[in-house]
Design a protein. Structure first.
Length: 240
């Protein structure tokens, strides 16, 4: 195993950004997770928060207990232990999905575009174990990758004004579950009854960066039993 290359830059009065090779790759994601473990152990209570993403980590530290130069030195020290090839320690999370043209208005369009059946779209979406690469856009919005290449679809040319909570969607080689009702331009293929963000729960999100997600098909009755709701969904527009 070799030591990965990284760049450490100042991102604010009490923030540093750690960059690795800027690409979407499970190996890079594993390095990000290993870095977070090392940083938390090294900085301990001086850490306010760590925000990992695809190939970077934003480090927020407490300026009342430490300073920029000390944190830089600590990071340089602990990152000497960083190794590529480490297995990630994330958990496997299964998310139920009600796939149908009622709950996923873009299913038929994807099937037609790719010249496969709707059942094949559903089968291929479930067949992959997705890595949580980042959480952003909204609390609980987990960017999952990567989808089967055949299911790759561009974002909608005109986003929907409102996508319901729990909508399962595809954009390019990524998939996600909308944690709350919001505008959105991803292709909708189903609905998930699991709450992706609940501030009253502990933890507030069922997934974290570095976890693996698998989708499991359920029928309409099971979706309703698990607390799912069927909203009215807009039909998709033209693709870009």
């Amino acid at each position: 195993m070799s030591q990965p290359q990284y760049q450490l830059t100042i991102a604010g009065e009490n923030a540093l950004m750690l960059y690795f090779d800027q690409r979407i790759d499970p190996t890079i994601s594993a390095i990000v997770q290993h870095a977070c473990v090392l940083i938390r152990a090294e900085l301990a209570d001086d850490v306010i928060d760590l925000l990992p993403s695809y190939a970077s980590v934003l480090i927020l530290f407490n300026p009342l207990s430490t300073d920029l130069y000390r944190v830089q030195a600590q990071l340089q020290h602990c990152l000497q232990q960083l190794q590529s090839g480490n297995n990630h320690s994330g958990k496997l999370v299964e998310l139920p999905v009600y796939y149908s043209e009622q709950s996923g208005p873009d299913l038929a369009l994807i099937a037609e575009t790719k010249n496969i059946s709707i059942d094949e779209v559903i089968k291929r979406h479930q067949a992959v174990s997705y890595r949580v690469y980042a959480i952003g856009f909204a609390p609980g919005f987990a960017y999952l990758g990567e989808t089967d290449p055949l299911l790759q679809m561009p974002r909608l040319a005109t986003p929907r004004a409102k996508v319901p909570r729990g909508a399962v969607a595809i954009a390019d080689r990524q998939t996600a579950v909308y944690p709350a009702a919001s505008p959105g331009g991803w292709n909708l293929i189903g609905l998930c009854p699991t709450r992706m963000f609940n501030p009253a729960a502990e933890p507030a999100m069922p997934v974290a960066v570095g976890d693996e997600v698998r989708f499991v098909a359920i029928d309409k009755a099971e979706f309703i039993r698990l607390g799912g709701e069927l909203p009215e969904l807009e039909c998709s527009g033209k693709k870009s």
